[in-house]
Design a protein around this ligand. Structure first.
Ligand code: ADP
Length: 209
């Protein structure tokens, strides 16, 4: 099962991807996470992409495509995966088309006002990258024991810029996936948002058999 998640920044995509991956036993491929991990480790890739992440700009397509190509060629991806944060624009979607056939595209619909409310409370685990919101989670430590931190790009100015970038760059890929796309409201808690999506994925899996 190859699934792509499409949604604005801070729409709950990352959390949702984790729920899906755990329930359906699929690897979670987050290009943002791969980039951040490489920056943390100080790899060549990390050094190259750091300036883009610092400015919340898109990493050049050529680099992103290479990263994804390598990641999906790994053994754990042979039965499928969940893509989170990729493709991010029409060019990436088109270049990716001959590389893999997606089974479903899940589009999370969340408006900017809700996102602004969320971003102020968002904390990320420094060890496992799990995302929390202080509205629902009142601690500085992750379940895994890691310390939670506020991502540098989690402020109102940046989120507005990233939302605008999402609208111009990423929204066009919704039409690219129109044949396999289903839109869900991402306006409530991650658990509530996930329920209908889980039912939907199960339906697709049953149809597939
Ligand atoms: P978000 O919180 O928006 O989901 P991500 O963790 O997906 O953020 O991405 C963080 C940063 O990594 C982006 O601002 C961008 O610089 C880079 N990035 C992630 N995925 C891509 C992609 N598919 N193409 C280009 N750049 C990307």
């Amino acid at each position: 099962m190859k699934l792509v998640l499409i949604g604005p920044p801070a729409s709950g995509k990352g959390t949702l991807a984790r729920f899906i991956c755990e329930d359906f036993n699929l690897p979670h491929i987050s290009t943002g996470e791969i980039f951040r991990e490489n920056i943390k480790k100080g790899t060549e890739l990390g050094k190259t992409v750091k300036p883009y992440l610092d400015k919340a700009e898109l990493v050049p397509d050529e680099i992103t495509m290479q990263v994804v190509k390598e990641r999906i060629s790994k053994d754990d991806c042979k039965d499928g995966y969940v893509l989170d944060g990729f493709p991010r624009n029409k060019t990436q979607a088109e270049l990716f088309e001959p590389m893999a056939k997606m089974d479903a595209a899940i589009h999370l619909n969340v408006d900017l006002k809700e996102i602004e409310g969320r971003i102020l409370g968002r904390k990320t685990c420094s060890v496992c990258e799990k995302i929390y919101n202080t509205r629902y989670y009142d601690s500085d430590t992750c379940e895994c024991g890691g310390k939670l931190y506020t991502r540098e790009d989690d402020d109102i100015e940046t989120i507005r810029r990233r939302f605008a970038q999402y609208e111009t760059e990423t929204v066009p890929i919704i039409s690219h996936y129109k044949n396999i796309l289903k839109t869900f409201s991402g306006g409530s808690t991650p658990q509530d948002t996930y329920e209908p999506i889980k039912v939907y994925i199960k339906e697709i899996l049953t149809l597939d058999k």
